[in-house]
Design a protein around this ligand. Sequence first.
Ligand code: FAD
Length: 349
Amino acid sequence: MTLSIVRNAPLKSLNTFGVAANAATLITLEHEAQLPELRPALAAEPAPFVLGGGSNVLFTADVPGTILRVRLRGVRIVSDDARGVIVEAAAGEDWDGLVRWSLAQHCYGLENLALIPGTVGAAPIQNIGAYGVELSDVFDSLDAIDLGSGKTATLSAADCAFGYRDSIFKRPGPNRLVLRVRLRLSRTAPARLSHGEIGQALHAAGVDNPTPADVADAVRQVRMSKLPDPARLGNAGSFFKNPIVSAAHAGQLLAEYPGAPNYPAVLAGVAARKLSAAWLIEACGWKGVREGDAGVDARHALVLVNYGQATGAQLIGLATRIRASVHQRFNIRLEAEAVLLPTPEGWGP
Ligand SMILES: Cc1cc2nc3c(=O)[nH]c(=O)nc-3n(C[C@H](O)[C@H](O)[C@H](O)COP(=O)(O)OP(=O)(O)OC[C@H]3O[C@@H](n4cnc5c(N)ncnc54)[C@H](O)[C@@H]3O)c2cc1C
């Protein structure tokens, strides 16, 4: 099967914001056997944007270059011994599908990451995390191809340099396409309930000794009660990252607002505090605000939503105003968690 290459391709159905935009070229990679065709196809456009499920992207305008959509499929158990179960999944597999599959195989460790939208290949890019667990907690290794040189390499967790919603893939360097990810799961992992909400949901359901499947169910239930379903209301989950500030800066804020949520964190190797971006945004009065079809979700201030026909420009305009007001009031500069393509002025690194 040859590579699918489409010119002036519509992207509305390929992003969970449901924003209308076009890409000059859209290439879809379905099988690894198509890789030899890829480099010649990219010769004219050497820096494509790699797209998975489009659940962490805002197309702020039409994309003048090439988008390379990854739809590689396949999941298997590589090894199963006393050290754990190594599960390998191709980059185009649906993340939540993998969570369900692993539970069905009695391989545990992904429960807290249930229902996160998107693909397996994107999971390492921002080191997805939820309810006290990050991908890095279960990560074994991945294989990626450098789209510039055509060389494939295996990267360990140390190579990936995972951080909070961060990894080597977000820093300047080779344009890598993740081909497959290996995770180290367990046959016996205890439930991870450090995040209070999940424990509370299980307690409310009368579950005292939760199985991993119970935890996954509780995570799904909590997520559905808090986050808008992109199938009904366009969004990309948390639009901003929770800011990490120095302990001194956090101290000033907490002196004025003792109730502001804050958590231990590390900033440039020094103990710091992570603040809640949702709290900061809500404190500036943005929760539930709607400007045309662009808005801030009424239940979760961190989630920007598209009520129907919002454009990328309208959504980034709203985000820019939110960021300016948080900066003015708290002297904290919010960073986007979502990838902005093309990168608008003022939002670069
Ligand atoms: C309702 C909702 C809830 C969410 N909740 C969470 C949450 O709890 N925790 C969390 O961490 N995230 C969350 N997200 C964000 C999103 O689900 C994750 O970031 C997810 O990993 C994105 O996957 P994707 O396939 O859609 O990636 P895309 O949005 O397509 O791409 C995201 C980034 O990954 C890169 N990329 C994608 N595939 C590959 C590949 N194969 N190789 C190299 N680079 C690649 C892209 O270039 C881009 O930089 C949420 C999103 C939504 C809509």
